[in-house]
Write a protein that binds this ligand. Structure first.
Ligand code: PAF
Length: 288
C-alpha cells in the first residue's frame, strides 16, 4: 500500500489505473470505514482512501482541534483491508491558500436537519469532496466510484446531487451503517463517550426505531400526526438527559416531510435523528 501526501504523488500512483474507487474519510478509522473499503475494492481497479480532517466543515465551536488524528493506526487498518493507496494531504497541500471558491449546495437540501444545526457544514463537505474528486478522478480514463456510509444520510444524498448537477465522472455508492452489538451506529465520535454515556448511547437508535414504528402505525395519517410523534420522541430522549436537535421522519429522496401519498409507501421514508449526550453529538437514521 502506498501512502502519499501530495496531489502530484497521488496522481502518479493512480496513473497506471483506469477507474479508481475512493473512500473519503477524516481518519480515526473504525469498522464502519473498513466496511466502506471492502465495498470499494470490487468497484475499481485501484482502491484509494483519503484521510483529511477538513477544517472547512467544522464550525469554530466544534471539535476540529480535538478530532483524533491517528494516521499510523489508520494506515495499518487500511493495509489489512487491501487498500492500495492512502492519500493523506496536509492542510497546506489541499488548501494552499484560503478557499475562495466554494460549492454551495441548495438550501432546500443543505439548510435542513444537519445543515440547520451545523450552518455551513455541507458547503464545507461539498467543497472538500469536490476537491478530493478532482485529485482522484480528474485524470482517470473511466468513471470511478466513491463510497459513503449511509450513517451520514444527508451528506450522501447531497453529494449524489452534486455529482449529478456537475456531471462528475463518479458513481456514488451508499453503504449500510455498521453497528455495535447493542445497535449503536459506529462513529469516530463514539470515542468521546464515557463508559456511562456509551451504555446510554444506544437510546438514540432505540428512539428512532420507536418513531419509525409509530410512523408506520400512523399510515396515511402520518403527515397530521408527525409533529406529535416527533415531539414524543424528542421528549423520550430529553427525559434521559439528552439534548436532542431533531428526530424526524422524511422522504428518502429529498428529506422533505412526507405527504399522505409518501406515507402510503413507507419504503420511501427514512427516520433521522441527532442528539447530544454530554459533550458528544451523535446522529443516526434508519430507512423504513
Ligand atoms: O464523512 C466524512 O468523514 C466527511 O464528511 C468527508 C466525506 C470525508 C468529507 O470531509
Amino acid at each position: 500500500m502506498k501512502i502519499v501526501h501530495t496531489i502530484a504523488d497521488l496522481r502518479a500512483a493512480l496513473a497506471p489505473f483506469q477507474s479508481p474507487a475512493l473512500v473519503p474519510t477524516m481518519g480515526n478509522l473504525h469498522e464502519g470505514h473498513l466496511q466502506l473499503v471492502r465495498a470499494a475494492r470490487p468497484l475499481g481497479d485501484v482502491t484509494v482512501a483519503s484521510i483529511f480532517v477538513n477544517r472547512l466543515q467544522f464550525a469554530p465551536h466544534e471539535d476540529f482541534d480535538t478530532y483524533p488524528r491517528t494516521l499510523e493506526a489508520d494506515c495499518a487498518k487500511l493495509a489489512a483491508q487491501g487498500c492500495d493507496v492512502v492519500f493523506a494531504p496536509s492542510e497546506k497541500e489541499l488548501y494552499p491558500e484560503p478557499q475562495g471558491f466554494k460549492v454551495l449546495p441548495p438550501p432546500d437540501l443543505a439548510d435542513i436537519l444537519e445543515g440547520h444545526f451545523r450552518p455551513g457544514f455541507f458547503t464545507g463537505v461539498c467543497t472538500v469532496v469536490m476537491k478530493l474528486f478532482q485529485c482522484v478522478f480528474a485524470t482517470a480514463s473511466q468513471p470511478g466510484h466513491a463510497i459513503f456510509g449511509k450513517k451520514d444520510y444527508q451528506q450522501q444524498m447531497i453529494i449524489r446531487r452534486m455529482v449529478q448537477q456537475f456531471n462528475l465522472p463518479v458513481h456514488i455508492v451508499g453503504v449500510e451503517t455498521e453497528r455495535a452489538a447493542d445497535g449503536l451506529a459506529l462513529s469516530s465520535r463514539n470515542g468521546y463517550l464515557s463508559d456511562t454515556e456509551r451504555a446510554e448511547a444506544v437510546q438514540l437508535s432505540l428512539a428512532l426505531r420507536a418513531l419509525a414504528r409509530d410512523a408506520l402505525a400512523a399510515g396515511h395519517g402520518l403527515p397530521d400526526q408527525l409533529p406529535a410523534l416527533e415531539q414524543q420522541a424528542l421528549q423520550a430522549l430529553a427525559g434521559r438527559n439528552w439534548k436532542p436537535d431533531y428526530l424526524t421522519v422524511r422522504r428518502r429522496t429529498d428529506l422533505q416531510p412526507p405527504t399522505a401519498a409518501d406515507a402510503a409507501a413507507p419504503a420511501s421514508l427514512v427516520v433521522l435523528g441527532a442528539a447530544r449526550l454530554g459533550q458528544t453529538r451523535l446522529i443516526d437514521n434508519f430507512e423504513i
